[in-house]
Design a protein around this ligand. Structure first.
Ligand code: SAM
Ligand code: DTB
Ligand code: SF4
Length: 314
């Protein structure tokens, strides 16, 4: 059992010690310099019945995001191929659902997963709460990973979301793991939580029966019209410390520097990679929010001396 005290000891070390420890763990367990490029596509946007206080897609808030129906399998196929050509090795698809309904729409998602896998990419979906049977069907389609974030600590969760519980979330994670799909589960920071809340989330993840192999760390992207629209940005060094602690806590996982990079300097992002982050979303859009453009990312990777896909011109 991992404890909060243990993670606090790691997190609050002097920064040079923490960075050194994270780098040692990183080197011993992962290929140095292997930063995965993932593409993200919103396959069904807006109109979500949940009340997640950070989300542009909740029907409860008046945000700039318009509701759109489920994309066609054909469209997804085209977008996945484009992403592959631009150097993505993982294709992630998100739907603004509380949970998928069985029927034609879920059948289409299954088809989308098959298409992405047939291109040789990892496929990840995030569709809300899943039944055991839906997880089984996704596994049958050879889904690589299911993203379902716990977002924050158990104690802070009800401040952000009231339409579902932490235990609902854990139940879906169990269905995913039981079906043999890799668990992708992480955090949003910058929602008014304390540093201890962030560490408690890591403790929660580390103590799962099947700990995640993929841990996205999202920085809140404040969305106009949501309760968190005025939230101030996360302190940079707190973010670096959290990533280093996540690397140490999950030596073999991909720690993903996810949402919020467009408000980070090149130097802060590089510090996050040195702390153990080894994945980014690339392309100008996340699900609905902005992301650094590909040329800026290519320049950043070049400045680190890391390979850049040949399709990038910068
Ligand atoms: N509806 C599904 C769900 O919530 O599980 C899937 C889509 S949802 C948009 C995927 C994840 O994106 C959320 O769990 C949350 O962690 C992240 N996210 C959503 N809005 C965000 C924001 N404004 N800033 C940072 N991360 C965000
Ligand atoms: C995750 O942890 N981050 C991604 C992915 N999983 C689905 C989503 C980030 C969403 C950022 C806000 C938006 O684009 O609306
Ligand atoms: Fe819906 Fe997911 Fe947004 Fe919550 S985070 S409102 S469940 S789309």
């Amino acid at each position: 059992m991992k404890t909060l005290a243990e993670f606090q000891d790691v997190y609050h070390q002097a920064l040079p010690e923490l960075m050194f420890q994270a780098a040692e763990v990183h080197r011993a367990n992962r290929i140095p310099g292997d930063v995965q490029r993932c593409a993200l596509l919103s396959i069904k946007t807006g109109g979500c019945p949940e009340d997640c206080g950070y989300c542009s897609q909740s029907a409860r808030y008046k945000t700039p995001v318009e509701r759109e129906p489920l994309l066609s399998v054909e469209e997804v196929k085209v977008r996945a191929r484009e992403a592959l050509d631009r150097g993505a090795t993982r294709f992630c698809m998100g739907a603004a659902w509380r949970s998928p309904k069985d029927g034609p729409e879920f059948d289409s998602v299954i088809e989308m997963v098959r298409e992405v896998r047939s291109l040789g990419m990892e496929a990840c979906v995030t569709l809300g709460m899943l039944s055991a049977d839906q997880a089984r069907r996704l596994k049958e389609a050879d889904l690589t990973a299911y993203n379902h974030n716990l977002d924050t600590s158990r104690r802070y969760y009800p401040e952000i979301i009231t339409t579902r519980t932490y235990d609902d979330r854990l139940e879906t994670l169990r269905h995913v793991a039981k079906a043999g799909i890799s668990v992708c589960c992480g955090a949003i920071v910058g929602m008014g939580e304390t540093e201890d809340d962030r560490l408690m989330l890591l403790v929660e993840l580390a103590n799962l029966d099947t700990p995640p192999e993929s841990v996205p760390i999202n920085c809140l992207m404040p969305v106009q019209g949501t309760p968190l629209q005025m939230a101030p940005p996360v302190d940079s060094i707190e973010l670096v410390r959290l990533i280093a602690t996540a690397r140490i806590a999950f030596p073999n996982a991909r720690v993903r520097l996810s949402a919020g990079r467009d408000r980070m300097s090149r130097e802060l992002q590089i510090l996050c990679f040195l702390a153990g982050a080894d994945s980014v979303f690339f392309g100008e859009k996340l699900l609905t929010a902005g992301n650094p453009d590909e040329d800026a990312d290519a320049a950043m990777f070049r400045s680190m001396g890391l390979p850049v896909p040949t399709s990038c011109s910068a």
